[in-house]
Design a binder for this molecule. Structure first.
Ligand code: HSE
Length: 329
């Protein structure tokens, strides 16, 4: 039991990808982890964090599909056409009516899998950015198209928006499809993520929520999510009130009681702790390095399962794509 602080999360570790003789084009894509909901902002708010997946992808004139995966999820990720990155690339090529090329994919995954830190959103975002890079010069995919394509694959925009654009994002779906507004987070906000050894299925978590909620609970979340935008951008001292939620966390708690207990223990000590995405990780929005250390001590004292603690930064860039030949972003 207890908490292990994991060092060295600030940058992705990029090792040399295997040489790809005869490639038509090679692109490297880096995508951040994301934490969705942030308490009250269910399916709306998301935050990009400094843990990364990095993928180097070469296209070929034949129909090969070679996939190598290192890092998180490497023992479980499919290495065939059912791979989520491959399906996302194929979705974009079909959308713009182009023939899917042969691919060699080399993925180094720093985003924990199945832990509520946006691993599927990162895979989808990587796929659409790889397609953007491979299609550059032929098809121009703007930000709105990237968000639409990623949301079609992911089902909701709150992870893919910050994965694509970085920072704090508000995402919604309007008449023109999924849209986003990116905001920069107050520099006094210091994210800390506790990641357990067990996973949680997003579809199971979603199935635990009732189709309707009392009006007072809806009003509660409307007020807190409006306040949360102000707290994250201007007034971090409001974060504890602003991260309260009645729409999803308690309903889902039965499927991840250790997570709910840690959230409650940290909140009782004044920390703005929430379930990260659909769980089971816990996100703490602390107000500085000293506060993060204190949160780790509290978590260590109450932990009833092992947790890895990652002291992170807000990623402000979002996903990037670089063409190996041109060296451009
Ligand atoms: N908003 C989503 C949920 C995020 O909580 O179900 C998980 O992908």
């Amino acid at each position: 039991m207890g908490v292990t602080v994991v060092p060295g999360d600030m940058e992705s570790v990029v090792t040399a990808a295997p040489a790809t003789e005869g490639a038509v084009r090679t692109v490297t894509v880096t995508v951040p982890a994301t934490s969705a909901n942030l308490g009250p902002g269910f399916d709306t708010l998301g935050l990009a964090l400094s843990l990364y997946d990095t993928l180097t992808v070469s296209s070929f004139a034949d129909d090969r599909l070679d996939i190598d995966v290192a890092g998180n999820g490497s023992d479980a990720i499919p290495l065939d056409a059912s791979n989520l990155v491959v399906r996302s690339i194929a979705h974009v090529f079909a959308d713009v009516d182009r023939t899917m090329p042969g691919l060699h994919i080399f993925a180094e995954n720093g985003v924990p899998h199945g832990r509520g830190l946006g691993s599927s959103g990162a895979a989808v975002t990587a796929g659409v950015l790889i397609a953007k890079g491979l299609l550059a010069g032929d098809v121009d995919l703007d930000d709105e198209a990237l968000l639409r394509l990623a949301t079609e694959l992911e089902g909701h925009p709150d992870n893919v928006a910050p994965a694509l654009f970085g920072g704090l994002t508000i995402a919604w779906t309007g008449e023109r499809g999924p849209q986003h507004k990116k905001l920069l987070v107050h520099r006094g906000v210091a994210p800390l993520v506790f990641v357990p050894g067990f996973t949680m299925s997003t579809s199971l978590a979603r199935s635990l929520q009732p189709p309707q909620v009392p009006r007072e609970d809806a009003v509660f979340n409307v007020s807190r999510s409006a306040l949360l935008v102000a707290a994250l951008t201007q007034s971090p001292e409001l974060l504890l009130d602003a991260t309260a939620d009645r729409l999803h966390q308690d309903y889902r708690g039965a499927a991840m009681p250790e997570t709910l207990r840690l959230v409650q223990a940290l909140r009782a000590e004044g920390f703005a702790a929430v379930v990260s995405g659909a769980g089971p990780s816990v996100l703490v929005l602390a107000d500085g390095p000293g506060a993060r250390q204190r949160a780790v001590e509290i978590a260590d004292a109450v932990a009833d399962t092992p947790w890895d603690a990652h002291m992170l930064a807000v990623d402000v860039r979002g996903g990037t794509v670089r063409d190996r030949a041109e060296g451009s972003t």
